[in-house]
Design a protein around this ligand. Structure first.
Ligand code: VAH
Length: 309
């Protein structure tokens, strides 16, 4: 049985629904520190789980006969910069608890998301490779990069089959984003429909690697379903779909809402965005387990507006 930790979050809600479609709702237990996200109500079992409490989590794993854990709980880049020590504590203790439980309970597989936020200003800006200079400058990036090393360590030393993706900014309409720097690309759709204007917290030409949630969920499932021998990398895979700037997504939205207007009012998140690569090379994911994105900016914009109307 699968346990999803952080099932109420932006990725967690969609991953829970997708996994329940594949494996049956009774085989996918959603869990969160907060109350059940209403989007999940009635779609399968829900438990209150605090992933910071290793003993409590281990008892849940034993009692519910869990064989796989997807750990989606995390403090993202923007929120993390407001409270760095809390972000470090949550992001590290949760993955360490899950890896230890995976080792002790001989779990079959673990999924843990990393992020393009692990790269810093010294990494290549264009087509940033999976292996390169990695000097993160946000606590979120520092914790995700440290977590990648722990994942590789538990695979090499104890044979824990932990798999990971360096997600770009994920854009979705079902559940609210969790306080990241790429959240502008979600907020812009809501504002375009509500007020036809958007005050963007990033400058107009701030390019970032982005992905539609449908692609992000499919990548996660394809990675986890790939035969073990195909997975050569137990640190984390670069994953890419597209890159765009606020100016470009605004222009795409204007094709559907001609009188939509954007204004640029960069805040502290501008520096975070500028420290990240503008585009990512994901050739290993494509070669080793067949990754191929389906949504580009135009297709994503159409789908977002259609579902948010
Ligand atoms: C954030 N959405 O902005 C996350 C993501 C690449 C960005 O990790 O923090």
């Amino acid at each position: 049985r699968i346990l999803i930790i952080g099932a109420g979050g932006q990725i967690g809600v969609e991953l829970t629904l997708a996994l329940r479609n594949i494996y049956g709702k009774e085989n996918v237990i959603a869990s969160d520190l907060k109350a059940e996200n209403p989007l999940l109500t009635g779609t399968g079992p829900f438990l209150h789980v605090d992933a910071m409490d290793k003993n409590g989590l281990q008892q849940t794993v034993q009692k519910e006969k869990i064989t796989q854990i997807y750990l989606l709980a995390a403090v993202l880049s923007a929120v993390g910069e407001k409270n760095p020590l809390m972000a470090w504590g949550v992001n590290m203790q949760t993955i360490l608890n899950v890896l230890e439980i995976a080792r002790e309970e001989q779990l079959t597989k673990i999924f843990w998301p990393s992020s393009i936020a692990i790269f810093g200003a010294t990494s290549p800006k264009q087509n940033c490779p999976q292996q390169t200079i990695v000097e993160p400058t946000t606590i979120y990036g520092i914790s995700k990069y440290a977590g990648e090393s722990w994942c590789e360590y538990y695979y090499e030393k104890y044979g824990v089959d932990v798999r990971s993706l360096r997600y770009p900014g994920l854009i979705s309409y079902k559940s609210a984003p969790g306080g990241g720097t790429t959240d502008y690309a979600i907020d812009i759709f809501h504002q375009a429909l509500k007020t036809k204007t958007y005050d963007c917290f990033l400058d107009e030409d701030t390019y970032l690697p982005m992905m539609y949630m449908d692609d992000g969920i499919r990548a996660t499932i394809e990675l986890m379903e790939a035969p073990a021998e195909k997975i050569k990398n137990h640190r984390s895979y670069n994953l890419a779909a597209m890159s765009f700037s606020p100016k470009e997504i605004a222009a795409e939205i204007q094709k559907h809402i001609p009188d939509f207007r954007i204004h640029y009012k960069p805040d502290f998140r501008q520096a975070i965005a500028e420290s990240w690569p503008q585009s990512i090379d994901d050739k290993e994911a494509r070669a080793e387990w067949g990754w191929k994105p389906e949504f580009d900016l135009a297709k994503m914009t159409e789908d977002m507006l259609k579902n948010l109307k």
